[in-house]
Write a protein that binds this ligand. Sequence first.
Ligand SMILES: Nc1ncnc2c1ncn2[C@@H]1O[C@H](COP(=O)(O)OP(=O)(O)OP(=O)(O)O)[C@@H](O)[C@H]1O
Length: 288
Amino acid sequence: MNPILEVKGLAKEYPSFSLNHIDFSLQEGCITGFIGANGSGKTTTIKAILGLTLKDAGSITFLGRELTEKERELKNRIGIVLDEGYFYDEMTIGEMKSVIAPAYSNWDESAFRSYLDHFSLQRNQKISTLSKGMRMKYAISLALSHHPDLLIMDEPTSGLDPLIRSELADILLDFMGKKGKSVFFSTHITSDLEKVADVLILIDKGNIVFQEEKDVLLDTHSLIKGDRKLLNEHTRPLFLSLRETNYGFTGITREKAAIREQMKDVLVERPSIEQIMLAYIGGSHYAF
Ligand SMILES: Nc1ncnc2c1ncn2[C@@H]1O[C@H](COP(=O)(O)OP(=O)(O)OP(=O)(O)O)[C@@H](O)[C@H]1O
């Protein structure tokens, strides 16, 4: 697999937060989920990649070329869906499109028309009257109507109901059906990624904790349940995180074989992405 986008040493300092020289890459043909708690640095990273925030250090290459070189040409190949929308509320769907479309040399008006039809959006509807779900669908229509190779979305599912979130998953899978497409999708609703993500990147307090294929991550971590009496100075260190109650314990581990050997009568289950994420960022005080 070839990297479509590479981030190296990206740094950004705010008075109470810093993005700490992070490195990661997005592979062609993959949906990469960018996960992390509120305030962990997801939006700052995405804005720095897109040049919407000035970075302090680091390089961002798209298909091997620095994104700041030939910026317009390269950005033609990136579709963007941002949390805040960046739309003028007083404009209609059609008027706002006329502001955005000229920025892209490969704008496809007939593709835009068919996305509006598909999502039942009316050209003359004012943006201020769109529901959150309609806004997201409109943003996706705009982002896909110039046939990008890479779709970057910041929290596209935040505040949306499960039905629309599931529709979004189908839109992404449809987009990925075309050759050479990639998606970078930030969210703190990790269940949205169970169905669609190929790779997951976890960010915490401005640092990348891991970048891993989703299936490998789920296969190498286990959720263990058992009696508290089994916990001692030898077995506790086998867990990334532990929650104890009066009756028993639940923990996440990467040491399934050692646990099977040292702890008899424990239940071994497959964890969710959320449980793995919380094990890395929540210490021992996480909820199941
Ligand atoms: N323009 C800014 N000036 C100062 N601090 C900022 C600015 N933008 C973001 N921050 C701070 O940077 C930190 C990371 O914010 P960021 O929006 O990147 O997090 P996030 O992971 O996207 O969170 P969420 O999931 O809540 O959207 C926060 O503490 C935020 O207050």
